[in-house]
Structures are given as structure tokens and as C-alpha cells.
Design a protein around this ligand. Sequence first.
Ligand code: ATP
Length: 769
Amino acid sequence: PTMTSITRSPTTSKKRKIAILTSGGDAPGMNAAVRGVVRAAITRGCEAYAVHEGYQGLVDGGNMIRKMGWDDVQGYLSTGGTVIGTARCKAFRERPGRLLAARNLVKEGIDALVVCGGDGSLTGADLFRSEWPSLLEELVKNKELTSEEAETHAHLNIVGLVGSIDNDMSSTDITIGAVTCLHRICESIDSISSTASSHSRAFVVEVMGRHCGWLALMAGIATGADFIFIPERPPSGENWRDNMCAEIKAHRDLGKRKTIVIVCEGAIDSNLNPITSKDMMDLLTDRLHLDTRMTILGHVQRGGKPCAYDRNLATMQGVEAVEAVLASKPGIPSPMIGMNENKITRTDLMKAVALTGEVAKAIGRKDFIGAMELRDPAFNQQYDQFMAISTATTVNESAEAGKNSLRIGIINVGAPAGGMNAAVRAAVRYARNRGHVPFGIHNGFPGLMAGLVKELKWMDVDGWIAHGGSELGTNRDQPSLDLGMVSYQLQKFNIQSLILVGGFEAYTACLEMNNARNVYPAFCMPMVHIPATISNNVPGTEFSLGCDTSLNAIMDACDAIKQSATASRKRVFVVEVHGGKSGFLAVMSGLAVGATSVYIPEEGINLARLQKDVRHLCQRYGEDAEGKSQGRVIIRSESASKTYTTDIVSAIIKEEGHQQFDSRTAILGHIQQGNSPSPLDRVRATRSAVCAIDFLESHIEHDATNGPTVYTKDPSSIAVAGIQGSNVSFTSVEDLLKDTDMKNRKPIQTWWMDYKRTGNLLARRLDLL
Ligand code: ATP
């Protein structure tokens, strides 16, 4: 896709009127997008309008197009669906309907429209834009508009936001609502898994996705399903049913008590015949005699309360949509706001829509390779990875694999974080699939020193994907506690490569072993650090495992706290969150819950800032409607200031609030480690672990006399497996030193400060920008 880099356009002197509508199927996060557009528009000196009931509201006009004030979108972040309503509108598909819509917009003085919907809605929007001049001409001819009105609004600006739970739009890695939908699917399948295990049953679960298998694939990875069926990649070979039954039987023979098969609603075989949930249920019942049930998840997948990812995605994109409106010029194609490589982008809307249509066309002509290529590269890779780790039948069978067999130690280091177990599980299963022998090292480095090392078999990690905490046991101790003993044990168990799943301590452990390679040959082997810490403070990655789980735990707590604060009308909660010297959790949760202020270690707290916050609170409580004051939340990162502690900040606010507002504290503590890991953490964990094994394998040397060897002192052989955009990339721990603030145990550069700026903007904190 063509992408333009984002530049901030200067505020125009003309007061623009910008409208937003939501259309097509509702998606969680649409409200956050509306809030983002409304507040960003007002901040940029424009007037914001909401069109109710999608295109129907445009056609009907009148009260359906309503001016929005700052406070009209209060509470939008945590609300599912779309408050301003959505509809499928027949009239808008025909020119007479669009003629009415154009008249209604011009009469309101609106000539910029942000549309949040799926590809149908965005196609309609672009058609409307291209027809606009002729629509106005006709309206002038019919005397429904004056030529002056038509001239003033000669061009319609359209900006597309993709709200779709299917994640089926090309040119963007993710759509608003898809991740929340994945949350609901995973929660459902986790629940089904317990009953399936209890009764030793099989379940066929049908998930949404007409032409797009994203939900099915991600749910398959995130729940450890046995099999998945998606439209883009039908099962290969005429005898796929036999293969599937053999695979499931192999899982059962290994001792698995449950079978989960996920069928995407648009799943097909290679002759384009539908593969239905009912067929699969009958197959498992008749051939394998499994007690099989079918669950069609249906509308629970629409999601309800949006997850943190969707809130922040929609908010950032809503703000960007306003910038795109202000930057647009006649003749430039309508932009669609996307997310590519973890960056908010503008792409050509109609190109994206056309590319999206190509997938269905490719499937229709049985060009499945083409269909997969049209999806992002991560999709392809993740499909192959899913197949590799869910397959038990090839374990240790390949002679070729046996020749290159590695003994791989897997260790958890640091505090527990969501996704640690998922990473270990994927590493074990993929390693076995490749003919390696994985060993679990229990209780971190002290455990290794005590020789707590045990081979891990395929079934040993069954069910781990949904478990929080650390099944292996973890702690913060470093190898320097006794490098000699660490080296001795590695040699004793003949460990030839190491995967460390953990936080900043795992990074420093790698550095210690890297630095001791000249003394201890046992360390002269490839090692991978998979970052896992809720603080997201490991260099070399944009996301560490656990940070998404934690963010959602904080968000859930803050939603409840905000509700309590609002109920008592005039309360400001100061919520203390974890993160060490990294403000990531504070910034991201602040954006997701609409915090009034966010204190982070990167900025510290001082008196001037506290004064600003108190002034702002006085002003906001002064503006609140009589008897309807809002509860407000301030997020304070635990290490934001040594002096201005959570208690002191709260006491100051209370004192200065006089009768207008009071204050309480909430220190979230260890609940921030979350419970069951979020789908994103599970998926990231699985992907990182599989790539980590590939990385270790790439270091096997073939020596003519000694056969395969992994002995290496090359600094690049000890690396962090980082999630960078849509890739997992490996950077040596030595190279990362220059990017690391060792004193504060965090990366020097952080990518998320833009999110802080947006958080301030949407909390009306222009005084902080
Ligand atoms: P979903 O992903 O939920 O299907 P969608 O946006 O693709 O979302 P559609 O039902 O295709 O959903 O479109 C929503 C509305 O957009 C339609 O009811 C119609 O009003 C308008 N629309 C769709 N396609 C067009 C088109 N080609 N021309 C004009 N309007 C259209």
C-alpha cells in the first residue's frame, strides 16, 4: 500500500465542521473513535457533529445530525457497540438517497465526513465523495441549494476509519474491534476447554469471518486449538479428513482429554465446498467416536466492552482522522487511517477497498496462495507456526531433524508476566516438532544451580497457554550469584542452547553470560531472550509479553474505580500503577480510561505540575452540570516521584479541592500481573517462541570432523527476540547496550510518548502539551 507520512497541518482559519458516523456492523472501539474525532476536532478549532444511525441519519437529516460538545462523549471509552447507532441503509446505495444526504450535509454547513465502518461503508463513502460535485449541481438545479451554498462546500472530504471485528481490510494490520472480538472468543473457548477436559469431550467452535480467517487463526493460536479451518487456506489434499482424524487421535493417544476444532464461518475445502461446524462434529463423532458438541459463538463476538488495545487504536486513529481532514485537498484520494508496523498511517482508501475485494476473488478462483499473499506476511507465518506446534504426529520422526537435534534449556527469569507459559509451551512443542529436546529449568537461576532441570514432553505443557504466572517458576536472581555453578549445570545436562523468558533481569543475565564466555565455555552457545514483563522496559522490542494483559487488568480496575468515583459525584482517584522506571503502563492505561493526568518517571512530578492539575480539576468540576459531577482518575506510575507519593498527591488534591471535590487513592499492586494472559500476549508469546527456536537452529554449524556444533562466541548469538512492527527481529544483547539506559533499566527511546500527547489532548490538557 502507498502510505504517506503523517505531517501535522497548521490550523486553518476557516472553522470547519466535521461529522462522524458509524456504519455497517458495530465494532467495539467505535465509540472511542467517535470520542477521538469529536475532541480532536474541537481542540483543532472545528465543530464536531455526530450523524446517528449511519447513512440512514445522513439521508434523514434533521435531528439525526447533531452537534457534539466536549462532554457529550464522556463515558464513551468503556462502552461497547456504537452509541450514535449504526444501520444498513438501502437508500444510500441509490443516487436519490445520496442526493438527500448531500443536501442535509450542506444545509448543516458540513463538508468533511469521517466514516467508521467496514469495506462496504467505506466504498459508499468514497462513491459519495466522487459524486459530490454532480450531486450539488443537481441540488442547485432543483433549487434545493443556492449556488453560493454549493460553491462554499464544493468539495467533500472523506476519511475512513476501519471498524470491523473480522480484521478483513487490506492495507492495515488491524481494524478497530478485532482484538476485543478475539478476547470474547478466547474467553469462550477457555470456558469450553474446562468442560471439554472434564468430560473428555470434543468441541467444534464456529467463529465469525466470511472471507477472512484472522479471528479463527488467532483464536486457534491463542487457545491451543487442535485444528482450525479458514477460507484462505483450505486443508490440503483430498484425504484431509483422514489426516485430521489421525492428528486428533495422536493428541488423544498422548493423553489429551479435550479436542477443540475452530471453524471460521466462511471455511471451505479446496473445491470451494463449505466446511461446516456440523460436518466437523459428525466427522469427530462418527470416525473417532468422540463425544462431540458444537458451539456457534454468534453475537457474543460483537464484543461489548472494548479491550485496551481497541480503545487506544480507535482513539489514536480518530485523532489522526481529524488531522487527515485538515490536511486534505481537492483531487487527493480519500485517505483511510490504518495501523501498519505499529504506526498510525494514512493509506489510499479506495486502493485498500479494492485490495480487500481481491482476497475473495482469489479464493473464488481457487488461488489460495494468492489469497494468503494478499494477507499480511505475519498471517502466513502464523498459520505455518500454528500447524507446526499443533502437530504431534511428527515428533522426533524426521531423521534429518535428528541430525541437527539440539538440547534446549528453557528458563523463566524475573517477575511473572502473562504469556510466559504460552512462550514455554510453544517453544517446547515446536522444538519437539523440529527434532530437538527441550528442558525446563525450574525456579530461575537458583533452580538451575540446584540442578532442577527436566525434559519437557509434548503433553507436559498441555493447557499452559491459558495459564497466568509461571509454571516453571521464576525469580529475579542473576547467574552472577554463582557463574561457576551455572556453567557446571549447563555442562552437566549438556544444554546446547538457551531460551530465557523474562524481564529486564533476563536481559542482564544474558549480558553476564555474554561477558563470561571467555571464562566459561558453557556459555558459548546461542541464547535468546524473549522479553516478558508487564513494565515493557526491555530494549529491542516494542511489546514485551505480559504488558497487554497488565494493561487490561489496570483498565478493568480503573473502569470500576471511575464508576465508583462518578457515583460519589465529586471524587478524584489517584491510581498507582507498576512499571518501574518505565511509564508505559501508566500512559497506555491513562489513554484507555481517559485519565485526567498521568504521572510517569520519564517526566517526574513537580509543584508546578500539581498546581496545573489542581487548576484543571477546579475548572472541570466548576463546569460539570449541577449535581452531576464526574468521577475522575489520575494515574501515577509508582516511580514517578520519590517526594510526591500517591498519598501526598491525593492529599494535596483533597486539600485544594475544598468542597468542590475530594480524593482517594487506589494502589493496584500485584493484581496488575493479570489473571489469564490476554489473546495478544498469547499470540505474541507463541510467535516469539517459534522464531526463537528458528534462531537457535540457525546457529548450528556443520563441522566436517565433529558433525553439527553450536559452539560460538559470536556476540550476535545472544539476542533479544523483539516484536518490531509486524516482525519478530533479533538484536544481540551487546548491540542493544547502546539503546539501553542501564541505570533506569529501560530503553533510551520509547515509541509510546505520542500516546501520552494524545491522552493529554483528549483530557483537554492543552496546558500540558
Ligand atoms: P461489515 O464489515 O459489518 O459488513 P460494512 O461497512 O462492510 O460492514 P455493509 O452492510 O456492506 O457493511 O455497508 C454498510 C452500509 O454502507 C450499507 O447499508 C450502505 O448504506 C452503505 N454502502 C455499502 N456499500 C455501498 C455502495 N457500494 N454504495 C453506497 N453505499 C454503500
